[in-house]
Design a protein around this ligand. Structure first.
Ligand code: ATP
Length: 960
């Protein structure tokens, strides 16, 4: 729906239709929305407007109603089979009931009711899981939801996007996702990507001073910005005109598929599992029906065969599995948050464990991002700077002697450039000096302060009237300042600060540029020496580059500075032509110490078969020094630069990609090529990023990781996971959690399915062995699958990581759930399980035939039921480790397993010995001697698994 076709015009506080605000002048817009460009709204205005317009929030909806979500749960093949079983079982009961076959007190349709109850429970659980998972993820996403900067009560404040109201004055800068619709008040180089709204991938340049016809289409309203779109470049001041569902995005929100519904790898594996189980059980049913019919030479026992088939179908479905998986994933997400890794897309929980390569940014992720300037270089002098943190006190040393910077005129000019060409603010917070903004820039304000050059003072001496903002592609930024009080002629220059006077002749404007030293130097033709500029010789260039290399190889992050006197203000967007013929000022090198915990994390990831790679915009020598220090690279390793990469074809890059551990001076677009090359080599890649331009690489990576602290909204939106502390070590910790989650899921699938196969084979064998009757009723099977299997499986889901979890190579995310021996384990253990139970069944059947006063001859069935349950307890204890014997493990390291085994065994006893419950479950009283036999037989299961572990150890095979 377009804005113009809205039935009711959106009224501003003054009653005007704000939908045509693109046709108003800025001042008219401000008047009509009763706001002020400098002081914004007052708290009282905000309160009233919040009441009138509500929170600035979109109502998210994936297009399915609650009923549709619920119905979708029953599209699962295993649940469909259970529904079929319930119906047939009900039909059989109906016949028996009409024939008067039910004994007095016996509940008819018990199995049908129980099965349907389980089906409905599973459906509800799936529904709750789906809606809760979405809600939980939405809540987690909120933790990183965008903050907006607004002017209220005349002060700049940061607040949550949902608190915005029409009339607010909002500030935008590159990387932000725009939180409401608004009219531009002023802007500088503003480029906005509106693909979320218009589908147009190209960024659009916006202009504040346009007045457009009322019927201008949405895509052409160049004086407006819209919610959900992204600021790619520049900055702006915006008057908020629409919030919440009144925004253009809000109007189409109901049509948006904002919640993703792609099946996770686990869901796909579960579908595969369901198909295998259902097919397997149908084949077995066929064998039993055909075998049983041949054996009985006719269809005489068809009803018995039907009952056996129904029991087998119930036995094969792991009814407890969905609940256990839900809990495991939920616990996994929680543990990850505790490690500061916030999952934004659920599949990341399981797939993290499969990561083979981590591509990490350097600044802030591998390093602390606490910059301290160490060296200042100008006119062939290297000054060492002392001092700590962002406190602007320290000395300048030349050859270890303290010096006064005024004696070296290039230094004050360089430091003025570093303070003015800078967006950071240095301020005292609770008695400590801290910065607001980029740490690199903070360090520059600090070092200027050490020489008495205060940013605020210089901002008024040289007010900024234009800029070419920084971006990682350009690797530089420039500001254009007005030189105060300069008119023309020599005389007026006396009013100007001597430092400025040394930079200009009579020009009214000065441009300061800072950026990567090589690139900035390449744009210089002159050099500032003493108080004059002179042509820059090749020899001087070489000297600067040699000093840059010297500083970089010590691991310093080095920036180059230059300036240019200007007669005119350069037009917007003319950076390529304006940032030329600069006058070189000097270099500043700052230390950004590696994070100590990263060294350990790098080692741990290497042990785990995960290769860490550094991808940085910084200089190759700085990158190498830090990579070697952290163990990411070794002396002599190849560093690939962005420039070299630019000249490589995709095939050439693919050849190299396994050999390179450091990519330096790269741009965000190179990151995308690196991920793609790694993926073509079959690597499973996690990639970090923080900028707007990192979004494509984050989306392409198997796990896109955004920075919680320094990351832009756009990068977070594109990511699967957000690092709340921006730390590389957190990625490794999350990877470990991912492995633990997947290992535990495999463990309880092994456990549950091993038992299901055992049950099915036991049930199938009864008619084939001519025992007559089904050993287990559907109700008993449901009990086993839900309680006897479910409780210990839940306990196994919280099994602590095995010590070798980070000492083995990663598993492929594409492998089948049955890979690496899991399928053969399930069949092998299922057969062993069945053999043990069948032997017991045969013995019990014959033993119980001998009449004993007060004992029911049918009690052999209860013995089979009890043995199956108890054998599962032994299985649960033994399966805790794949390789370690139970006696080698601390029995108390997972108290839940012990607890589950004790509780389940007691419940089984209640089923046999408490009369009303016994009647309901159709079990029989067992004398202690027979119960002891059940315990004895069940113990064989535990013994077998322990023997298997010993055997595999002897032949040197590690089961995983
Ligand atoms: P990483 O990619 O590991 O985070 P980085 O911070 O060096 O490394 P970018 O932020 O893309 O990457 O910066 C690239 C280069 O641009 C830096 O090495 C530096 O030379 C230059 N640079 C960084 N910040 C600024 C800035 N605020 N002003 C001017 N130039 C800058």
């Amino acid at each position: 729906m377009s804005a113009n076709s809205l039935p009711v015009p959106e009224a501003s506080p003054s009653g005007e239709n704000t939908n045509v605000c693109h046709s108003w002048e800025v001042n008219k817009a401000l008047d009509l929305l009763d706001s002020n460009a400098d002081s914004g709204l007052t708290s009282q205005d905000v309160q009233q407007r919040l009441e009138k317009y509500g929170d600035n929030e979109l109502e998210e909806n994936d297009g399915r109603s609650s009923w549709e979500i619920l119905l979708d749960q029953f599209k699962n093949i295993m649940l469909l089979m259970l529904i079929g079983v319930a119906l047939i079982s009900g039909f059989l009961d109906l016949i028996a009931w009409q024939a008067g076959e039910f004994k007095a007190g016996e509940v008819p349709f018990k199995d049908t009711i129980a099965i349907m109850a389980i089906v409905i429970l599973n459906g509800i659980l799936g529904y709750v899981q789906e809606t809760r998972a979405e809600q939980a993820l939405a809540a987690l996403k909120k933790m990183t939801s965008p903050l907006v900067r607004v002017i209220r009560n005349g002060k700049l404040t940061e607040l949550a996007a949902k608190e915005l109201v029409p009339g607010d004055v909002m500030l935008l800068e590159a990387g932000m996702q725009i939180a409401a619709d608004g009219r531009l008040i002023e802007q500088s180089n503003l480029q906005v990507r509106e693909s979320a709204l218009t589908g147009e991938a190209e960024a659009v340049s916006k202009q504040a001073n346009l007045i457009l016809p009322e019927d201008t289409s949405l895509g052409d309203r160049l004086n407006l910005v819209f919610q959900g779109t992204e600021v790619v470049q520049g900055r702006a001041k915006v008057l908020v005109t629409h919030t919440g569902m009144r925004t253009e995005l809000g109007k189409i929100a109901t049509m948006l598929q904002s919640v993703e519904n792609e099946p996770t790898p686990l869901q796909q594996r579960m579908t595969q599992l369901g198909n295998v189980l259902v097919t397997g059980s149908l084949v077995l049913v066929a064998i039993v029906v055909v075998g049983g019919t041949i054996q009985a030479r006719g269809f005489g026992n068809i009803r018995e065969l039907l009952e056996v088939s129904l029991s087998m179908a119930v036995a094969v479905v792991p009814e407890g599995l969905p609940a256990v998986i839900t809990v495991t994933l939920a616990l996994g997400t929680q543990r990850m948050v505790r490690h500061n890794a916030l999952i934004r897309k659920l599949p990341a929980v399981e797939t993290l464990g499969s990561v083979t390569t981590i591509c990490s940014d350097k600044t802030g992720t591998l390093t602390q991002n606490k910059m301290v300037v160490q060296s200042v270089y100008a006119n062939n002098h290297v000054f060492r700077v002392t001092g700590e943190g962002y406190t602007p006190t320290g000395d300048f040393l030349l050859d270890s002697q303290e010096v006064s910077v005024e004696d070296y005129p290039e230094i004050p000019a360089l430091l003025v450039a570093s303070a003015v060409c800078n967006d950071a603010v240095l301020q005292k917070e609770k008695g400590e000096w801290a910065i607001l903004g980029d740490p690199t820039e903070g360090a520059l304000v600090t070092v200027a302060g050490k020489a008495g050059i205060e940013k605020d003072q210089w901002n008024s001496k040289l007010p900024r009237i234009g800029e070419f903002p920084f971006d990682s592609e350009r690797k530089r930024m420039s500001v254009i300042c007005q030189v105060e009080e300069v008119t023309t002629g020599e005389a007026s220059l006396t009013a100007v600060d001597p430092v400025i006077a040394g930079l200009i002749e009579s020009e009214p404007y000065l441009m300061f540029t800072k950026g990567s030293p090589e690139l900035t130097l390449a744009r210089c033709t002159q050099i500032h020496l003493g108080n004059n500029s002179a042509p820059l010789s090749d020899e001087q260039r070489q000297q600067v580059l040699a000093e840059n290399n010297q500083m970089a190889s010590q691991g310093l992050r080095v920036l180059g500075f230059a300036y240019k006197p200007l007669l005119e203000i350069p037009p917007e967007g003319s950076d390529e032509t304006s940032e030329v013929n600069l006058v070189w000022l000097g270099l500043i090198g700052m230390l950004d110490a590696p994070r100590p915990e990263v060294r350990v994390a790098v080692q741990e990831s290497r042990n785990a078969g995960i290769r860490p790679i550094m991808i940085t915009g910084d200089h190759q020598l700085t990158a190498r020094a830090i990579a070697i220090d952290l163990g990411i690279a070794q002396e002599g390793d190849r560093v690939l630069t962005g420039q070299e990469l630019q000249h490589m074809t995709d095939e050439e890059l693919e050849q190299q990609v396994d050999l390179v551990s450091i990519y330096a001076r790269v741009s965000p677009e190179h990151k995308l090529r690196i991920v793609q090359a790694l993926q073509r080599r079959g690597r499973f890649v996690a990639m970090t990023g923080d900028g707007v331009n990192d979004a494509p690489a984050l989306k392409q990576a198997d796990i896109g990781i955004a920075m919680g602290i320094t990351g832009t909204d756009v990068s977070k939106e594109a990511s699967d996971m957000v690092l709340l502390d921006d730390n590389f070590a957190t990625i490794v910790a999350a990877t470990k959690e991912g492995r633990v989650v997947y290992t535990n899921i495999r463990r309880f699938i092994k456990y549950i399915l091993g038992s299901n196969v055992g049950e099915v084979l036991t049930i199938a064998s009864a008619p084939l062995l001519g025992l007559g009757g089904v050993p287990l009723t559907p109700l008993q099977i449901l009990w086993m699958n839900l309680v006897t299997d479910g409780l210990p499986a839940l306990a196994l889901a919280v099994e602590p990581p095995e010590p070798d979890v980070m000492k083995r190579p990663p598993f492929s995310p594409r492998e089948s759930i049955f890979a690496r021996g899991l399928g053969s384990y399930i069949i092998r253990i299922g057969i062993v399980f069945a053999i043990i139970t069948i032997i017991l069944m045969l013995w019990a059947f014959n033993h119980c035939k001998i009449p004993v006063e007060g004992l029911d001859p049918e009690r052999w069935k209860t013995m089979v039921f009890t043995s199956l349950c108890l054998a599962q307890m032994g299985h649960a204890i033994a399966i805790r480790s794949n390789n370690k014997l139970t006696i080698e493990m601390n029995p108390f390291s997972n108290m839940f397993v012990l607890g589950a085994v004790v509780v389940t065994t007691m419940l089984q006893m209640i089923l046999i010995y408490v009369p009303p419950i016994r009647a309901f479950f159709g079990t029989h009283w067992l004398p202690p001697s027979e119960l002891a036999i059940c315990f004895g037989f069940s113990a064989l299961m535990f013994v077998w698994i322990e023997m298997e572990k010993l055997f595999f150890r002897l032949i040197g095979k590690k089961s995983v």
